[in-house]
Design a protein around this ligand. Structure first.
Ligand code: FAD
Ligand code: SF4
Ligand code: SF4
Length: 360
């Protein structure tokens, strides 16, 4: 790899363009293969300014400059796409087939069920997931279906899940799955373009919906309020912490201050580059919204249905405009921000959001 005399190596670009302006989403992609980049308590720091010009750290960072059109083309080929929902083949209400997976899942347990099936059926031989609780998150490299279930449930902070990718490589895994937030999905797709870190071994990307993650200060608040032993957190509207059926509700307006800065300029609430994207239905907590995006995603869902791992129903047509409106508003808001500079979007896509009113 080229070694440049100037101070502007990839690490410097990462520091000046992403870390210093607090635009790091905490995905963990740059951590793990480089001894000079460390993650502690969901914050990332460079401890030595290496001079490699074409270092992979900046290239795979979802907040590093990204040619979105070519990345989309790498994943989907040259296909038409909906500027709001992204490329999508089908959209469903879905839930895990087995009660056990439904009950451990955040909503319908679809991510748990699809991940377990993908491992069992050989779509993947391992998967990067996120465990932990309200005392802190923990990236986990999983290779068994029982390990998948242990990671069920949403942790609403920015766990550096991808930091374990090199661990998966060291363990010899060839078909690595990822469950991640949209920023982690983008990073995974950029990693697939980086043969020097064996990124092509990422074989399946299950993306979550995500409107924002809380910064690690959430844990301080949780501790102060004595909520760290709660077994569930959710954000139906306000923020809900549940313990043995008892709920503590904190108004969202009080929690807004903890949203991670990077999330304010995030253009992708639906994991647009994933094989499948999974979120809440905002309507029935026993079910998930499921978007199928790629041929591989379609095959996974079809076979998971055929084997009883998940059930699917049509997405109610009256609810789709609500999902689209929420996503439209987020994207439009982000396009208006001065710090939204990392994605090179096609001009017609920008224009679509900027020239259309919220209620059109
Ligand atoms: C920070 C965050 C914000 C979200 N915001 C929204 C939103 O605004 N709207 C919406 O509809 N859905 C949102 N989701 C997704 C939602 O909470 C569920 O994860 C999703 O609906 C899947 O539900 P499930 O029942 O299939 O999950 P489960 O079967 O319980 O599986 C959840 C999976 O999520 C993974 N996971 C948990 N926490 C994290 C994390 N911090 N980072 C990466 N992976 C993690 C685990 O590995 C697990 O495999 C968000 C999720 C996160 C983590
Ligand atoms: S967004 Fe991800 S790749 Fe970029 S600096 Fe943060 S942890 Fe590293
Ligand atoms: S809002 Fe965007 S940047 Fe923030 S955690 Fe979610 S996907 Fe990542």
């Amino acid at each position: 790899m080229e070694n440049c005399e100037l101070e502007y190596g990839a690490a410097a670009r990462l520091k000046e363009g992403v870390l210093d302006p607090d635009l790091c989403s905490g995905c963990g992609a740059c951590v793990g293969f480089c001894p000079y980049i460390k993650s502690y308590n969901e914050r990332v720091a460079i401890i030595h300014n290496c001079q490699i010009c074409d270092g992979v750290c900046y290239r795979i960072c979802p907040r590093g400059f990204t040619q979105y059109t070519s990345l989309r083309r790498e994943v989907f080929g040259a296909v038409d796409f909906d500027p709001v929902l992204g490329v999508n083949k089908e959209i469903y209400f879905a839930r895990a087939g087995e009660e056990e997976m439904r009950s451990c899942g955040q909503y319908g347990g679809v991510v748990t069920a699809l991940s377990a099936f993908a491992l069992k059926d050989g779509f993947i031989d391992s998967i990067l997931m996120t465990g932990g609780n309200l005392k802190g998150t923990k990236p986990v490299l999983v290779s068994s279906t029982s390990g998948v279930a242990k990671c069920a449930g949403s942790k609403y902070t920015a766990a550096p899940t991808l930091s374990l990718f090199q661990e998966a490589i060291k363990n010899g895994y060839q078909k690595i799955g990822v469950v991640g937030r949209p920023c982690q999905v983008t990073a995974s797709r950029k990693m697939q373009q980086a043969p020097e870190i064996n990124g092509q071994r990422i074989s399946l990307v299950i993306g979550l919906f995500c409107m924002g993650a809380f910064s690690p200060e959430l844990y301080t608040l949780v501790k102060e309020k004595g909520l760290e032993n709660c077994d569930r957190m959710d954000i139906p509207k306000d923020v809900l912490f549940s313990s043995s059926g008892e709920d503590t509700i904190i108004p969202y307006d009080e929690m807004r201050q903890f949203i991670r800065n990077a999330c304010l300029s995030c253009y992708d609430p639906l994991s647009e580059l994933a094989d499948v994207s999974v979120g809440s239905t905002e309507y029935d907590p026993g079910w998930n919204a499921l978007i199928i995006r790629t041929t591989k995603g379609a095959a996974l869902v079809e076979q998971a249905c055929a084997n009883g791992y998940i059930e699917i129903n049509p997405y109610p047509s009256e609810l789709l405009p609500l999902l689209k409106r929420a996503v439209f508003r987020k994207k439009k808001r982000v396009l208006g921000r001065v710090d939204f500079t990392y994605l090179n979007l096609p001009a017609p896509e920008r224009e679509y959001f900027l020239s259309t009113g919220d209620d059109d």
